[in-house]
Design a protein around this ligand. Structure first.
Ligand code: N01
Length: 541
């Protein structure tokens, strides 16, 4: 007997133990785990198939910035062995194939309703059910509501430039790319934005377009991905060591195989430091292993200077190189891994425009007009990021006890408060996965997804065994958690830079740092301790 059968007091035809959102990595693992544990589940997905972020993002050049053997599920050794990764950093098509493989293997699609959005989810205190309203006008109920929406994809940020809709060419956002190949051949293309997405798409468009104009507001750090095909022997070894690797990942600070050395960047000679920097740069993908790059300004400066020296070496035109020099603390915006990003500015068909110096005034029918001149374009690409972390949740009218809207409760993002990044006081039987105040946005998100889903399933099992109907974070536990999130962030340099992590990329969005920076290993340990203590900090009734 499932929860729905046990306690339903409504006359709704469709009532589930759990309703979740999104056919991405979280939603899929949620379906699989809930089914295995004997719960009924329905997932609603706005897209036409599984994939989540990897379904919507299809821009040329897209690769994950986490290595393939870390960015994959570890819940099933059989699955792990059946799938063979081909590159160090998997491309979007390869990840999407993997996700489809998982969905097929575990027959997950039958619990997903595609092409459907959840518009609203209201907690019904009388019936102790979530009432879920869909965009097709129907509604369903569920005992638990788990908005596995991800932190980015469903809320792309297209800046509200004057004249945007007057543009006569085609325009795209990197987060909502057409399935069909976009042909830039022979075209004058503009790209606005130079974050992770811009830095990946720019080199690819430059190869194809007649001319590419890049509109850069803030120069960002990029390090070479060092991507390559995987050697069969390496793949064999990785497959042979599943248990050990899973253990390593689960006990790591960043959810992958990288390890720091217990040494400050300032505790070594300049020569030794430069050797470590060169070696990290050559290998690609990784950072120098010193333990204080993100906590000590001077240490951070040493690597920032090193990257700036690389930009000077790579980019032939000193004026262009100067424009590309980042001047914030290295790594305090998410580090972009790219292939030939800085090299692209040596091409004759690429122009870099500094829009901090000469801001965009408007989009015209013919292109982009800055305060200096108009750039004529046939196509425009917005690599302008996302209303991250809160944006995807705020698109849904989520209301907890007493009809209080999540948006109001969190004061439009100005006062985010969660318990362990998993639950919100005043919102009973709601869980988040890789959500606000968890570590997901700064580490390997997939490991956080697995950890959160497993914690939630254990929790539901506990409630079922104990005959408990509702679980809700206590306000004081949530306040303490938010305090520790802020303390961990304030001990780093991350809070000193404006980024999508702080909310600064969206005009008028309140600033904060709603991400747990204490490390994935510590986070896991805290979540486990809470569960071991009978879900300390939660009210159970
Ligand atoms: O978005 P971003 P993203 N006028 O917010 C600029 C993940 N990801 O899509 O810095 C002009 O980082 C903005 O300028 P500024 C990853 O976690 C992963 O690139 O705000 N410009 C910036 O240059 C990543 O961090 C992968 O001054 C405007 C850019 O647009 C996250 O997604 C690949 C503007 C936005 O950069 C987001 O990355 C891609 C305006 N009004 C993404 N508004 C991989 O796994 C914004 N910008 C490899």
């Amino acid at each position: 007997m499932n929860f729905a059968q046990q306690g339903s007091k409504t006359s709704q035809a469709a009532d589930f133990d759990v309703v979740a959102i999104g056919g991405g990595f979280s939603g899929l693992y949620m379906i699989h785990s809930l089914r295995e544990a004997g719960y009924s589940v329905r997932v609603y997905e706005a897209g036409g198939d599984v994939g989540g972020v990897w379904y919507w993002h299809r821009y040329p050049g897209l690769r994950c910035d986490v290595e393939s053997f870390a960015y994959c599920y570890y819940f099933s050794e059989e699955l792990y062995n059946e799938w063979t990764w081909t590159s160090r950093y998997p491309s979007q098509p390869e990840i999407l194939r993997y996700i489809n493989f998982v969905a097929d293997k575990f027959d997950l699609r039958r619990d997903i309703q595609f092409n459907t959005r959840i518009n609203a989810a209201h907690y019904d205190e009388v019936n102790e059910r979530w009432q879920i309203y869909l965009n097709d006008g129907t509604s369903v109920t569920a005992k638990f509501f788990i908005p596995t929406v991800g932190g980015l994809t469903s809320a792309p940020n297209v800046p509200n430039f004057k004249g945007l809709h007057s543009f006569e060419g085609e325009w795209y956002h990197t987060g909502n790319w057409p399935k069909e190949k976009v042909n830039f051949k022979g075209k004058r293309v503009g790209v606005i934005g130079t974050g992770s997405s811009g830095m990946q798409v720019i080199p690819e468009i430059a190869k194809e377009a007649d001319h590419l104009t890049v509109f850069q507001r803030t120069p960002q750090y990029s390090i070479p991905a060092g991507n390559h095909e995987l050697d069969p022997e390496y793949v064999r070894q990785r497959k042979a060591n599943f248990k050990e690797l899973k253990q390593q990942i689960r006990n790591s600070r960043t959810g992958d195989f990288k390890r720091l050395i217990d040494k400050s960047a300032l505790a070594v000679t300049e020569e030794e430091r430069l050797q470590e920097f060169e070696s990290a740069w050559e290998k690609g993908g990784g950072l120098p292993r010193y333990n204080d790059l993100f906590t000590n300004e001077e240490a951070n400066q040493t690597y920032g200077d090193f990257v700036r020296s690389k930009i000077s070496e790579i980019v032939r035109d000193p004026e262009v190189a100067q424009k590309l020099m980042p001047n914030y603390h290295f790594g305090t915006k998410r580090i972009a891994l790219s292939t030939n990003y800085y090299e692209t500015y040596n091409r004759d068909n690429v122009t870099l425009i500094d829009i901090k110096k000469a801001p965009i005034e408007e989009i015209t029918p013919m292109g982009v007009r800055t305060t200096e001149k108009e750039y004529k374009l046939d196509a425009l690409v917005f690599a302008t990021g996302y209303d991250a972390i809160t944006g995807p949740l705020f698109k849904i009218d989520i209301r907890g006890r007493n009809g209080v809207a999540l948006k109001e409760k969190w004061n439009h993002g100005g006062e985010i408060s969660t318990y362990l990044g998993l639950a919100i006081d005043g919102f009973p039987n709601l869980f988040m996965v890789a959500g606000a105040e968890g570590p997901g946005a700064v580490v390997n998100n997939l490991v956080v997804i697995e950890s959160n889903v497993e914690w939630i399933i254990d929790c539901l099992n506990h409630l079922r065994e104990q005959g408990i109907n509702t679980i809700e974070a206590r306000p004081e536990a949530a306040a303490d958690w938010s305090k520790s999130v802020a303390e961990a962030a304030n001990a780093t340099l991350f809070v000193k830079t404006e980024s999508w992590w702080t909310g600064a990329n969206i005009p008028d969005k309140p600033r904060g740092f709603p991400i747990y920076l204490g490390g994935f290993d510590k986070y896991n340990q805290i979540c486990k301790e809470v569960a071991d203590k009978g879900y300390a900090g939660f009210s159970l009734s």
